[in-house]
Design a protein around this ligand. Structure first.
Ligand code: MN
Length: 235
C-alpha cells in the first residue's frame, strides 16, 4: 500500500518550495521550472554577434533554486569577472498546456513580472566557443531575479510596453516588448510542443540590447511598464 511520505521519511529536509508574492493577494506563486528565451530582441542578438533565427525560438533553463526576489541586495556570483544584467519580462504560467495553439496560448498565463536573467558572461562565452552547455553561465545561484507577479487581468499589455534598466542612475537598456522577435503567445505555443507546461512554470522572455557587467556596490533600477518596477544592489 502506498504511503504518502512525511518529513520523518526523508534523510534530510527536502528543498524549500520557491514561492513568489502575488500583487494584491496573500497567496504565493510556487515555482516549478524556469525557462529562458535566447536572442528575442534583434538589437541584443546583434550586440552578441549573432543573427536572429526566424525558424524557431531557442531556450535554456535555470533551476527553481536560482530565484531571488528583486529587492535589497544580491550576491555577486562566484567564479566570474563579467557578471551581466539582462532585463526581461517574465511570464508566469497558471494553467497546464501541451501543443497549445498560438490563438489559445495567452490563456495559460497567470500573470507577469519583471526580472533579471543574471549571467556569468565569461563562462557563457567560453561555453559557446567550446560547444559546451551554458548551464554554469546561466543557472547561477540568485540569478533568476524577479518581482512579485501581477495577475494578467491587471496587466495593460504584454505586447507593447516600455522595458528599461538603469545602472547607478545611467540608462543602459531601453526598449519595448513590441520589439520581441517571438511574442508571448508564440513562445508559449512553441515551448508547449517541447514540454507539457505546468502551473508554476516561469518564462524569461529575453533581453533587449544594452546588457553589461555589474560591479559590487552597483544599484540597478529596472522595470516593465504596467507590470513592475524594482531596485536591487549587488554586494
Ligand atoms: Mn536572457
Amino acid at each position: 500500500m502506498f504511503k504518502v511520505p512525511d518529513m520523518s521519511d526523508y534523510v534530510f529536509s527536502p528543498p524549500a518550495i520557491q514561492a513568489i508574492p502575488i500583487v494584491g493577494s496573500d497567496k504565493l506563486f510556487p515555482v516549478n521550472r524556469i525557462f529562458c528565451v535566447g536572442r528575442n530582441y534583434e538589437a541584443h542578438a546583434k550586440e552578441m554577434g549573432a543573427e536572429i533565427d526566424r525558424e524557431a525560438p531557442f531556450y535554456f533553463t535555470k533551476s527553481a533554486a536560482s530565484i531571488s526576489m528583486a529587492e535589497g541586495s544580491i550576491s555577486y556570483a562566484k567564479r566570474t569577472q563579467n557578471y551581466h544584467y539582462e532585463m526581461e519580462m517574465v511570464l508566469a504560467i497558471g494553467t497546464a498546456g501541451l501543443n497549445v495553439d498560438i490563438a489559445d496560448a495567452e490563456s495559460l498565463i497567470f500573470g507577469c513580472a519583471a526580472g533579471l536573467d543574471m549571467t556569468r558572461r565569461d563562462l557563457q562565452n567560453d561555453a559557446k566557443k567550446l560547444g559546451r552547455p551554458w548551464d554554469t553561465g546561466k543557472d547561477v545561484e540568485q540569478s533568476a531575479v524577479i518581482t512579485p507577479i501581477k495577475p494578467i487581468a491587471e496587466v495593460p499589455s504584454i505586447a507593447k510596453a516600455r522595458i528599461h534598466l538603469a545602472q547607478n542612475g545611467e540608462t543602459k537598456q531601453e526598449s519595448d516588448l513590441a520589439l520581441m522577435v517571438w511574442s508571448a503567445a508564440e513562445i508559449i505555443a512553441d515551448l508547449s510542443s517541447l514540454y507539457h507546461l505546468q502551473p508554476g512554470d516561469l518564462i524569461y522572455t529575453g533581453t533587449p540590447a544594452g546588457v553589461g557587467p555589474v560591479e559590487r556596490g552597483d544599484t540597478l533600477v529596472g522595470g516593465v511598464e504596467g507590470v513592475a518596477d524594482f531596485t536591487v544592489s549587488f554586494t
